[in-house]
Design a protein around this ligand. Structure first.
Ligand code: GLU
Length: 418
């Protein structure tokens, strides 16, 4: 993994690349390259042994021209101000590319959650929720899960907010458990959009999905669900990895069995159905039809990109390719379908959850999945139309051309006050 690329600079470069094809003034563009505000806070929390520990936490509200700020909260030791800024910016363009009425935000706590008890994590989360309270709200800023957070943390945040505000406001946060106002289909939604994007991409490129070989880097919620759903389409998952390493079988692994092994042992490594094991980087350079990076930012830098042999990359993670990697892959003719489309299922079903919360109504899983499919297929068409119409160098630029234009239109149409 490259340590060099700063994700915030990567975001700004991606906007600049797309801006070449858009009629927008420099000052309007400049405005769209910086967050509107960033909350930085130090949470002092009592540990189980009575000591106090301090945790740095952030919430970046990047842009709200198209609606309330929207985006997850991650718990990871690598969280930094610039990472959160970048991730919040990617959310702006993600919500715009799938055309749901939100802006972009993102938060994070600098923490390795594996080192803390559940009671400690609850106090840390409630402390963060208390700090966030004045900044969030059903129509203001709506957090959600991200790396190392899920229904449990979302429920704690909702409960803290509602208690402090003395109200009922389930739409203040999404990704909740079903009993707390969550939506059917939300847990699988990110991986589902990766599968749908890959399906549409293969169709667009006239490639067969049946028996296509697939490598998935990262076997968390996004990676494993994408693997399972791609397998349902007839693809052969030949390699998957997590932070401990990769497992490989040329005949195909069984996505569900690998997940079972990971649940039992904590890692995909050691899975009995594999006939080879190697490091993460080796997975990224396998000769496969489809590569799905589903871990963290900067997984593929310029040097590694030169060794990539996959025909198509569909990004389940946020920001897994550095801008240099993008340039190299464009030159090599590898088709990259970007994160802001391919993992947008998470935020799209978050939107459905919020709509259901506001309406005090519950949709069936089939309805959620059908509506999600419609959103991703429409967005895919918008992206490929822009790609063809402007003769763009790659699909990432196409996604930014579409989304940047939508944000600029919302801004210019509603005036620029102040
Ligand atoms: N964390 C997810 C993302 O990066 C989901 C955000 C949301 O549901 O608001 O897209």
């Amino acid at each position: 993994m490259s340590e060099q690329a700063n994700p915030f600079e990567s975001l700004q470069e991606q906007i600049d690349d797309a801006a070449e094809y858009i009629d927008a003034s420099d000052d309007v563009l400049e405005r769209l390259k910086h967050p509107e505000r960033v909350l930085e806070t130090n949470l002092s929390v009592e540990m189980d042994d009575g000591s106090i520990e301090v945790f740095k936490a952030f919430r970046s509200q990047f842009n709200g021209d198209r609606g309330p700020y929207k985006g997850g909260i991650r718990y990871h030791p690598g969280v930094s101000r610039d990472e959160v800024k970048a991730l919040s910016g990617w959310m702006v363009y993600k919500t715009a590319v799938v055309d749901i009425p939100y802006g972009g935000g993102k938060g994070g706590i600098v923490i390795d959650p594996n080192e803390y008890s559940e009671a400690e994590l609850e106090r840390i989360t409630r402390s963060f929720a208390t700090e966030l309270r004045p900044f969030i709200g059903e129509d203001r800023d709506i957090p959600a899960p991200d790396v190392n957070t899920g229904q449990r943390e979302m429920n704690w945040i909702k409960d803290t907010y509602e208690t402090l505000e003395n109200t009922t406001a389930p739409g203040v946060i999404t990704g909740k458990a079903l009993d707390s106002g969550g939506s059917e289909g939300r847990v699988e939604a990110t991986g589902r959009s990766t599968m749908l994007t890959a399906r549409e991409a293969f169709d667009y490129l006239d490639k067969e999905m049946a028996d296509a070989t697939v490598a998935v880097q990262g076997y968390g919620n996004a990676g494993w669900i994408a693997a399972k759903l791609l397998e349902n389409l007839g693809a052969k998952i030949v390699a998957v990895s997590d932070s401990s390493g990769a497992v490989y079988n040329v005949e195909g692994l069984h996505a569900r069995d690998v997940k079972g092994h990971k649940n039992e042992t904590g890692s995909v490594v050691g899975y009995a159905g594999a006939d080879e094991e190697f490091g993460n980087d080796d997975l990224l350079t396998l000769d496969v039809d489809l590569l799905v990076p589903a871990a963290l930012e900067n997984a593929i830098d310029g040097d590694l990109a030169r060794e990539v042999q996959a025909d198509v990359i569909v990004e389940a993670a946020n920001g897994p390719l550095t801008p240099e990697a993008d340039d190299v892959l464009t030159e090599l003719g590898v088709h990259v379908f970007p994160d802001i489309l391919a993992n947008a299922g998470g935020v799209t079903v978050s939107y459905f959850e919020w709509v259901q919360n506001r309406q005090r109504f519950h949709w069936s899983e089939d309805r959620v999945n059908d509506e999600l499919e419609g959103v991703i297929v429409d967005a895919f068409e918008d992206l490929t139309s822009a790609y063809e119409e402007h003769d763009l160098p790659n699909f990432r630029t196409a996604a930014y051309v579409v989304s940047l234009q939508r944000v600029i239109d919302a801004y210019t149409e509603s005036g620029n006050w102040p």
